[in-house]
Ligand binder design. Structure first.
Ligand code: PMT
Length: 409
């Protein structure tokens, strides 16, 4: 039986060309056994028809706060829902919702519900990247609203860029994940994300291309699954405010923050790309280029994952990553052994759409099974970084101590 069977889902559709894809989302939800109540905004009806949704959902479509059959439809819909999904969510819808304005049935339902809310933005690239839209989204995220980010691709009018509604299959999977039981409840999870910066002088640094997307996805997924999450990060990306964020810049700052936070953690995940080298003596003032090319002497940075492996308390699960460009398995196996980790998530960052900066990743997960003295290897095909995060946490949860009790309980 599907995890969606019997769930009451309000499907809000706002007015963008991607509204036609909401028809497919509606069909898949109904096929999975969910009770779908479609709510269409006035603008969405320029793109899709009520009859299509009511035929698929076997429910009348609701469009107005002033419906004669139900005097207060927004409270009825909001209170009865297990989940409210807005697909697509336009810039206007996000702005209205973030500002707490209830000017139609859909925005009134969003304010009147205590159920979780999932929004699936879709709009033109310029609108998607506008600071006002990103600020509204960050505000909604900080209030606990869940987001399925749009993809890059062909947009209305033939332009190509970010802002295309996520594929219906991705949206359905995100909806299914909303109903997965909070299996990490009681766990303390510490995650690192982003690339460290090692100062050469006050304006220049040695760094790398890590965007923090993978680490942030792991933190967000652990939070959704009920864990108490601390995220030690070098990057500024929107994240739920229930996650404790510790901002750092250099490898040494990350080391200190991770060692402190990890001491009583059940699960520690080093997804950050820590610079391997740093200048021995960063200049106090900006190095002048007219004085010739500077000779920067480097030294190794502290290996944070290895240090965490040395002090790892009994029962703690330690997950490292490996970013490779060749011999993925061999190199990852070496890191599993050398760094004292229980799990290594290895990505070949030279492959298309894998690793740094992309929304997607493809990994192999090496799991040390202590009792059997062997290493399992799990292949995870190319997928959204949120899905990779979910698989990494599934693996970590499978290693929990046999009494099923988290260390921090
Ligand atoms: O941030 P994104 O743009 O989403 O990209 C994701 C990612 C490519 C950064 C991520 O998937 C990833 O591979 N992270 C690890 C990058 C890395 O530094 O790999 P590594 O093979 O050099 O290091 C192995 C492990 O040791 C890593 O867990 C790393 O965090 C850790 N390490 C490395 C060096 C160091 N001085 N201290 C460490 O703790």
């Amino acid at each position: 039986m599907s995890i969606l069977s019997g769930r009451r889902i309000v499907l809000g559709v706002s007015g963008g060309i991607a509204a036609y894809k909401a028809v497919e989302v509606c069909r898949r939800l109904v096929d999975a056994g969910a009770h779908v109540s479609p709510v269409l905004t006035e603008a969405s009806r320029h793109f899709v028809g009520e009859t299509t949704f009511s035929a698929l959902a076997s429910e009348p479509v609701q469009t107005s706060l002033w419906d004669e059959t139900s005097p207060i439809p927004h409270t009825k819909l909001g209170q009865g829902a297990d989940l409210v999904v807005v697909c697509p969510a336009t810039a206007r819808l996000l702005g209205t919702y973030a500002a707490g304005i209830a000017n139609d049935l859909l925005t009134a339902t969003l304010l009147a519900t205590r159920a979780p809310v999932l929004v699936c933005p879709a709009m033109h690239t310029e609108m998607w990247e506008h600071p006002a839209v990103q600020d509204n989204l960050a505000l909604l995220l900080s209030r606990g609203v869940h987001v399925v980010a749009p993809e890059e691709g062909r947009l209305a009018g033939g332009d190509i860029g970010a802002g295309r509604l996520a594929d219906p299959a991705v949206i359905i999977e995100a909806i299914e994940r909303m109903f997965v039981p909070p299996d990490l409840q009681g766990w303390k999870v510490v995650v690192s994300s982003g690339g460290t910066r090692e100062a050469i002088d006050p304006v220049r640094f040695i760094g790398n291309r890590s965007s923090g997307k993978q680490g942030h996805a792991i933190a967000a997924e652990a939070d959704r699954r009920g864990a108490k999450v601390t995220l030690v990060t070098t990057v500024d990306r929107p994240i739920n405010q229930s996650i404790i964020q510790v901002r750092v810049e250099s490898a040494e700052q990350m080391r200190q923050a991770m060692m402190a936070a990890a001491a009583d953690a059940d699960l520690v995940v080093m997804a950050a790309a820590v610079a391997d080298f740093r200048p021995v003596a960063p200049a106090a003032d900006k190095i002048k280029k007219d004085r010739g090319v500077p000779q920067v002497i480097l030294e190794p940075t502290p290996d944070i994952l290895a240090a965490l492996g040395v002090v790892k308390p009994a029962g703690q699960i330690l997950v490292g990553f490996a970013a490779e460009t060749s011999d993925l398995r061999e190199n990852a196996l070496g890191k599993l052994t050398r760094k004292g980790a229980d799990v290594i998530v290895a990505n070949d960052v030279s492959a298309p759409l894998v690793g740094f900066e992309h929304d997607t990743n493809q990994v192999i997960i090496l799991v040390r099974r202590a009792e059997a003295d062997e290493v399992d290897i799990i292949d995870v095909p190319l997928d959204d970084k949120r899905r990779i995060a979910a698989v990494v946490l599934d693996v970590a949860a499978s290693l929990r101590p046999t009494d099923g009790v988290a260390r921090s309980n």
